[in-house]
Design a protein around this ligand. Structure first.
Ligand code: 6PG
Length: 234
């Protein structure tokens, strides 16, 4: 049974400040312990204010490596590119932000293999994996579709893979590369940040359903060994 702790805030701005503070603490602890930190951050819209706060923190950013939890297979610089959004905030601070899909390609499986090879070169496990959750219950880019089982239960050493969501999500209808469940749940710290009652309802249902959940977030969290902090604002 996964240990879940909910953290509730009055609004998204309050949540952003608190989550940024937690991330800063995790990064600093990793730098103290090992001289470096490796963290995975989600794309989407919810985390943008969190990143704004975090970027203001006095951190030795050149010791920080950031990978997106998942990437849409689009050219760098595209409005849908997660690493472009994350990089805009953190590259000017001096962090190393890794484009896990450096080139858009029609072959999403091979994009996934290349991303996995890049991830294999990073210090592992991640010091932190921050996850977003979609209204349909997807997290990172783990979606129902032909790659769902592989994302959830592929070989243990696989950190990333290519996925073709079915159906394609309306907000970004393109194939993706995502961290695998194994890559996510082996992180030293696992946090979720979401807003809105609808997503909260989906997450609560998914957690209740556990390993048989139809929602990707339920499958990812089921039997996770480390405690999970879920930050939520209306
Ligand atoms: C992606 C994201 C994804 C995101 C959710 C929530 O590339 O689509 O990384 O997992 O976290 O879709 O997105 P919003 O915060 O925009 O609702």
């Amino acid at each position: 049974m996964t240990e879940i702790e909910w953290w509730e805030y009055d609004d998204a701005a309050e949540m952003a400040a608190a989550v940024a503070g937690d991330i800063q603490f995790i990064i600093e602890a990793a730098i103290d312990a090992r001289g470096a930190a490796v963290i995975a951050l989600p794309g989407g819209k919810t985390p943008i204010p969190i990143y704004g706060h975090l970027a203001k923190a006095k951190i030795d950013w050149k010791r920080v490596t950031i990978v997106p939890t998942d990437e849409r297979i689009v050219p760098l610089g595209d409005a849908l590119s997660n690493v472009t959004m994350i990089g805009k905030t953190f590259i000017p601070k001096g962090a190393r932000v890794i484009p896990i899909v450096p080139q858009a390609t029609a072959d999403y499986k091979s994009a996934g293999r290349s991303a996995d090879a890049l991830m294999q070169d990073l210090h592992w496990p991640l010091d932190l994996c921050l996850l977003g959750v979609g209204g349909d219950g997807h997290t990172a880019s783990i979606f129902p579709g032909p790659d769902f089982d592989e994302a959830l239960a592929g070989p243990k050493e696989r950190r990333a893979l290519g996925v073709m969501p079915d159906p394609l999500p309306a907000e970004a209808p393109v194939p993706r590369v995502t961290l695998s469940r194994e890559g996510i749940v082996t992180a030293r710290a696992l946090m979720i940040a979401v807003t809105g009652q609808a997503k909260r309802d989906v997450i609560e249902t998914a957690i209740k359903q556990g390993p048989s959940s139809a929602y990707p977030i339920g499958r990812v969290l089921a039997d996770a060994e480390l405690p999970v902090d879920i930050h939520w604002a209306p």
